[in-house]
Design a protein around this ligand. Structure first.
Ligand code: BGC
Length: 411
């Protein structure tokens, strides 16, 4: 009986995930840095080697804020790709509601996603009215300060262990001709760093009041005022950081041209490609050395509805493949992210990933901003920070007043 049941379960999984005939699948994503390219190559390899389908790579350069409008207009304009990356959360909400995304509930049930995906909030972000519309791929957190040992050695100051020490060390770095803080000039990076400061330097209910409850009074209040002051410090420390892309900023840390960078744990992939060792060549400080709470954000794959039965079946195969334990390990080790399955072996993880795993294991995680606010609100906040970082005459007080107004109107 047990054997029959196992056989039946295995056959069902195979029908849902392995019976499609060969198809070419175009996959769009914004993974174009060295570490990202190495990670996405693992997904392509798995699809090409483990199935009869072919991965057609559709990388879009310039980061998520550039890539997402292109992806969305292709889907709404009748030129859909077979699969596409979005962050966990609400970025594809309207596309799902418009019926433009393939229902993956068959694949999710065959793969027992409800049991294996951890934290469950990631599958919830894929679910609408009980149906599953995306495959969670990884867990990324934003709350990391990446520090260059070489830069601090040159300046003759110890590597900081907290945000305050990082700010206090800035003048010494400047004297040595080193940019204290590396930061790309894009709104998602600047607002991302601001949100990291909010979570890391304040009690975490402030973040939830602002982004989940959209409480404009809290957004205009004294706690958030401290974060705008910290953002003004960051603006000063990053004044000489003349780069656009996040990975160019990470490269400044890798080469010792900058002291540190606030960036998500995808930066880990760049240090890895550069052959650097955590703890020896660089330090990764979770929660700015203050509150070690991480957001459990990251990436999910969505599969636009296609008018082609074979491709549609092949989409199911790719969705199932992304959750396979070996694929999860191979991809996430290169990406610097953590697997979305609690049941995979991550022995090969480096020190930074182990720190992340330990923190997440305590259950101390918060939802990503993308899970809480609409894309429209997110874009308004990004625009505000582009202006704030470009123009030192904008006071923290004025920027905070604009921020509180956005939160007041937020959905
Ligand atoms: C994604 C990461 C990616 C990073 C930088 C984030 O939105 O979640 O996977 O590495 O952007 O491109």
């Amino acid at each position: 009986m047990t054997n029959l049941r196992t056989l039946f379960a295995a056959t069902t999984a195979l029908c849902a995930a392995g019976a499609a005939s060969a198809a070419e699948l175009e996959v769009t994503h914004w993974w174009t840095s060295g570490g990202e390219a190495a990670a996405v190559a693992e997904l392509a390899k798995a699809l090409n080697e483990k199935t009869e389908h072919k991965w057609v790579d559709g990388a879009i350069a310039g980061g998520g804020s550039t890539a997402r409008p292109i992806m969305i207009s292709r889907i709404t304009g009748g030129d859909p790709m077979a699969a596409t990356q979005f962050n966990h959360g609400r970025q594809a909400e309207e596309l799902v509601e418009a019926g433009l995304m393939r229902d993956l509930t068959d694949v999710a049930e065959a793969g027992n996603w409800a049991e294996v995906i951890n934290p469950p909030s990631l599958l919830e972000s894929c679910t609408l009215d009980g149906r599953v519309y995306c495959a969670p791929l990884n867990i990324h957190s934003w709350q990391w300060l990446w520090l260059s040992h070489k830069a601090y050695e040159t300046a003759g100051v110890p590597v900081p262990t907290t945000w305050d020490e990082f700010v206090a060390a800035a003048p010494k770095l400047q004297e040595a001709g080193i940019t204290p803080m590396a930061m790309g000039k894009q709104g998602w990076q600047q607002s991302g760093a601001f949100n990291v400061m909010m979570i890391s330097l304040l009690p975490k209910d402030v973040y939830m009041s602002v982004y989940q409850d959209k409480d404009a009074e809290v957004a205009a209040g004294p706690d958030v005022a401290k974060i705008f002051k910290a953002a003004a410090d960051a603006r000063e420390m990053a004044a000489d950081s003349n780069v656009q892309d996040w990975n160019q900023a990470t490269n400044m840390v890798i080469t010792g041209q900058a002291g540190g960078q606030i960036m998500g744990d995808w930066a880990q992939g760049e240090f890895q490609v550069a052959g650097m060792t955590a703890g020896e060549d660089y330090t990764c400080l979770p929660g700015l050395g203050v509150n070690k709470t991480l957001q459990a954000g990251g990436d999910a794959f969505y599969f636009p509805v296609l008018d082609d039965e074979e491709k549609s079946a092949a989409q199911g195969d790719l969705a199932a493949l992304l959750l396979e334990p070996e694929v999860q390990v191979a991809f996430n080790l290169k990406k610097g992210s953590l697997p979305v399955r609690g049941d995979v072996d991550l022995e090969a993880a480096n020190d930074c990933m182990k720190k992340g795993l330990e923190i997440l294991a305590t259950g101390d995680s918060l939802p990503d901003v993308n899970q809480l606010i609409s894309s429209d609100t997110r874009v308004q906040i990004e625009d505000l920070f582009v202006q704030f970082f470009a123009d030192p005459s904008i006071t923290p007080e004025d920027a905070q007043a604009d921020f509180a107004e956005i939160i007041d109107d937020a959905d």
